[in-house]
Design a protein around this ligand. Sequence first.
Ligand code: MTE
Length: 324
Amino acid sequence: MLIKKADSIKSSEITDKKFYLNRRFFLRGAALAASTVATGLLYRQFAVPSAEPPAEVEKIAGVQPSQSAGSNASEGLTPRGDITNYNNFYEFSTSKTSVAERARNFITRPWTISVEGLANKPRTFDLDGLLKVAPPEERIYRLRCVEGWSMVIPWIGFSLAKLLNEVEPLSSAKYVAFQTLYDPKRMRNQRSNDLKWPYVEGLRMDEALHPLTILATGLYGETLPPQNGAPVRLVVPWKYGFKSIKSIVKINLVADEPPATWNVAAPSEYGFYSNVNPKVAHPRWSQARERRIGEWGTRPTLPFNGYGEEVAHLYQGMDLRKYF
Ligand code: MTE
């Protein structure tokens, strides 16, 4: 009979899986909270530029300056090197400063994205077809991560509404579900149990159709590097960063609220709505302030990440402490 030594027994084998997973999330969350406090300092210490050449990106031609409200150019853009070397993309690594290197060889052509479900004209787009849906626009948005840091990013993209209109949603479509590629050969950390794969997210239909909600295909005038969600990711600027799902392959129009990865992983900590709200603390840390990457000190977090004028009406009459 094989007798395992105590140190070779995984905690998953001696603890009920549910508690084991919760404990892992708790430990990770505790680490995140600690890192949030010192993000600026730690970031400066660890974000050593990689010796490897960066993934290839191409200039995007014909980018229109943003016509819509919500541009934050006056705040000062976060440097490109910070945006592309400090990432959350668990499919590649749970270490923010390792994602760029691990994702470097991620090939994103050919790529298809199917827009399906409750629609008159469901359709699969290849990348060129997707890029023809609307001219690329620059959108300078704040991104506020639930961990307590933020950036100002000059995205290139177009309103998701323009893509959804192409397939003609039925009136029974109340939500939009998004799914990231599932391919553990290319996204090596999908072999782990760090999250339930594939990464999924969801929006209510009115949130998805809001003009500020974009599909981003680039940043700083160039196509997205893999670590930022190439070739196409969602950006919802008034919500915590985890709603902005990367490397999307499927958009499904559905009748009921779809599952969302972090909400499934830890429902008491991450709600479906996840609107940036300085008044609703995460169970283990405050959301009242944030650290802008590249700056010292912290600044107050704004309700709806500063986009209240544009989006607060979507939530009129809702108790945002309950629907956090
Ligand atoms: N999408 C996928 N597929 N996998 C992820 O791990 N992380 C989310 C979001 N989208 C994530 C994802 C989180 S937690 C954040 S804060 C943002 O991506 C980070 O985007 P950035 O790395 O471009 O700043």
